[in-house]
Design a protein around this ligand. Structure first.
Ligand SMILES: Cc1ncc(COP(=O)(O)O)c(C=O)c1O
Length: 470
């Protein structure tokens, strides 16, 4: 295994102290001498680390004095506000065509789609594993892989979930075509048309569109930008408004990036168990914390089988493989039946390549490297917003994933208008109203930070700010 360059390890150490607040803006960083003694490296290696940190805008050198944490303009950005939603509504998918159009054109600056740039993904290794899987299985590879899906992959997924505290074995995992199929199967299995379903607000538009397709009403619970939806508000939706199920993203939600604290997760699962209300969780960003341990999914607190855990490799590894899964808890039979009715089975060769990547440790190595890149990209995008957007702009401050939610001052243009005008200038964003069943968030939009920072991205943010002001 190739180890990380030493200067990178030191730069990460200091970056972590800054991002966790252990080192505040203006604070002096340990000296070159102290760091070289601590990491047993030469002073040149430490200077290389400081150069990396300077390039990221994290520290600045002061002559004769050392390195200090830079006060970043983005530190002063306030968090977005989340207004109270109105009565539950069946969402519409009428904003989709422009989003799809923006994804199709390769010349568009890709700030809309929630996927990582291909250059951040281990393409060569995955292609090698795909070829190997196809070669090894020969004609057998063309045989339909029966439910619940490719066993070695289910074993690896179960092993990872068990490490996080979930009581899950390979038998509890059904592979799907992306997380969206998992959520679809879950909704079909636990609701009927006309039912009300709790979602966080703002809510990932794919979930809202599914609710609309299934004739379900969304009860939008306003989420705290850092902590997600409050459990007492979810309780109210269940007890007073007869919500039949919840669809939630507890780890680095889309679009806010909020992370539910462990105590909230535990309380939520207890609440839903007591009321017999299924929770459909999407954990597609759970593997992407910027620092520290990967947070536990709701499934880790589920003893009664009330959580239908849905996820995929789309955000963290290979968007095009469409490899997802569901751990349906006690709804397994209903979910398996529906999987058979809608798509019969999932493609085998892609599952086999991913299984091998997981077994070999390649996935964990990839995740370790990519988390740092995403942290830097999110930080650089926030910094550019602070620089180019006017005072009064609010921005989320996620601790994982790669999405940002921007709330513009009310003097700015409507986000739907901004989307259309930006697209004419070859820049894509996702406008706020797509994240609401009732066309709310008209001054908000979502940005994806899935691409390495570049002059083109910086100038796209500057142009967006000019368009928003005009
Ligand atoms: C929270 C959430 N869940 C599910 C999905 C869908 O994932 P997949 O592409 O694996 O279907 C997305 C995609 O953006 C998402 O943000």
């Amino acid at each position: 295994m190739r180890s990380r360059p030493l200067h990178q390890t030191i730069a990460d150490h200091v970056a972590r102290q800054i991002s966790t607040g252990a080192l505040r803006p203006g604070a002096r960083v340990q000296s070159v001498r102290q760091l070289s003694a601590r990491f047993a490296v030469s002073s040149n290696t430490v200077l290389h680390a400081f150069a990396t940190l300077e390039a990221l805008g994290l520290v600045e050198a002061r002559p004769q004095s050392g390195y200090y944490v830079r006060a970043r303009a983005s530190d002063a950005l306030p968090a977005p506000t989340v207004p109270q939603p109105r009565t539950p509504a069946v969402p519409k998918a009428d904003r989709l065509p422009l989003f799809i159009q923006s994804m199709r054109d390769p010349s568009v600056v890709p700030l809309a789609a929630a996927t990582m740039a291909p250059e951040l993904l281990p393409a060569a290794r995955l292609n090698q594993l795909l070829a190997q899987a196809a070669r090894r299985s020969g004609a057998r590879g063309l045989r339909l892989d029966p439910l619940p899906g490719y066993a070695p992959l289910r074993r690896e997924i179960a092993r990872r979930l068990a490490r996080l505290g979930a009581s899950v074995t390979a038998e509890d995992v059904v592979t799907t075509i992306g997380a969206i199929e998992a959520i679809h199967l879950a909704l079909r299995s636990v609701t009927r048309p006309g039912d009300a379903v709790v979602v966080e607000s703002p809510c990932y538009f794919g979930v809202l569109q599914l609710l609309g397709e299934l004739g379900l009403r969304a009860i939008e619970v306003p989420a705290d930008p850092a902590l997600g939806p409050p459990v007492d508000r979810i309780e109210e939706a269940i007890t007073r408004r007869q919500a039949r199920a919840c669809v939630l993203v507890p780890n680095f939600a889309n679009p806010l990036g909020s992370l539910m604290p462990v105590a909230h997760k535990r309380a939520l699962v207890e609440l839903c168990t007591a009321h017999d209300t299924p929770i459909i969780e999407s954990d597609v960003y759970g593997e992407l914390p910027f620092e520290g341990e990967r947070p536990a999914p709701l499934k880790a607190f589920d003893e009664a089988g009330i959580v239908l855990h849905c996820s995929s490799f789309s955000k963290s590894l290979a968007p095009s493989f469409r490899a997802g899964w569901i751990c349906p808890g006690r709804f397994r039979e209903a979910v398996e039946q529906r999987k058979f009715i809608y798509t019969v089975a999932s493609p085998t060769v892609t599952q086999a390549a991913i299984a091998e990547f997981l077994v070999s440790g390649g996935y964990d190595r990839h995740l370790r490297a990519v988390r740092r890149r995403l942290r830097d990209q999110v930080m650089q995008t926030r910094e550019a917003i602070a620089e180019h957007f006017p005072d009064g702009t609010r921005v989320s401050n996620p601790q994982g994933g790669f999405l940002l939610w921007v709330e513009m001052p009310h003097s700015a243009v409507d986000a739907l208008d901004l989307q259309r005008r930006a697209l004419r200038e070859k820049i894509s964003i996702v406008p706020g109203p797509m994240f609401s069943a009732r066309n709310g968030f008209r001054h908000c939009f979502r940005l994806s930070c899935g691409h390495p920072w570049s002059d083109a991205l910086e100038s796209a943010i500057a142009r967006l700010a000019r368009l928003a002001a005009s």
